[in-house]
Design a protein around this ligand. Sequence first.
Ligand code: SF4
Length: 365
Amino acid sequence: MTMMTMFKIELTPKAKRDLSMIKAYLSQFYTRTPKKFIKEFNKALESLSFSPWHKKWGGKSGYCRIYVRDYVVIYIVDEDTDTIHIRRILHSKRDFSRGEDIELMEKNAEYRPAPKYNHVYGPIRSRRLGNSLGVDMVPHKTCSLDCAYCECGATTALTTERREYINTDAVIAEIDGYLSGCAAPPDYVTFGGSGEPTLHSGLGKIIARLKEQRPSQKLALLTNSTLLADSALRKEILPCDLILPSLDAVSDDVFRKINAPAAGIDCEGIIKGLMALAAEYRGQMWLEVFIAPGINDAESEIALFKETIAKINPTRVQLNSLDRPGTCGTLGVATRASLESIARRLAPLAVEIVGRGVDTPPASP
Ligand code: SF4
């Protein structure tokens, strides 16, 4: 009979510091999430102690990693002492491709790796898309909306102008460079980032080139739907495998409160664009509705949502909530119960809840 080795787990001082910083960060926004995170973290360590993942990732340095929610736990297995040393616990959106970077981070807590790419980030573990390689198509916060819930900060360039904000060939070269060198292709190459990707006039060329060079690579597009009334743009995005458009309001006063649009954008134009896209598109369309308590969750707005979404007829509807701090500090977080109630009211539409929500509304500041 083979005896199973159980590894001891040790956290370095820096990992302990990371953990307390994560707890402090989460406590600012949620009451129960920090406890839940610690529970999941401990569970992950427990399973690791029976079966460390020996998938080396940091080159010669021998670093391994596992994910707990949005965080990556970086560790080393010492087989001589049967010990797993947890070195750092960091947010997974950062680019930690090399073990050397982690060694530098261990020497200097403020060190952050230089980005290898300018327009490509990740891949990140996405709840909806699995392993997703992100492509940032426009300069930071160039967008046609200035949403109260945006995680990337306030929009600094509010515009509806489509143009080549970033050299199209440079974006193609970066995506190609990443995909040619990666051990396993990501589940999706996702056009998204910290602005509205459809503002880039080269989007169609990039999608066409990727599909020509790598027909089996799935492509996803995250869009705020504001430019979908443009038939030329709709044609450009048809080859995507998955389009995730947003629709956070169906009446203009609510739309302005939650999405603060650029001049010339209104709900009617967005809805028309979404309906036109749904009629032309053969891929999956997952329509995201961000629920902002007290702004777009009134009975009348939900009834209008139901009527409008039925006309658009997306593959599915995804209800989202504020899971990270948004631009507007006073924006509330939808409770799990309210998300479930809205999902029931939208039935028989195919609705799923993708936001975490909270058990009880956070106390007002
Ligand atoms: S559309 Fe997206 S990037 Fe633009 S402000 Fe809204 S959340 Fe942020």
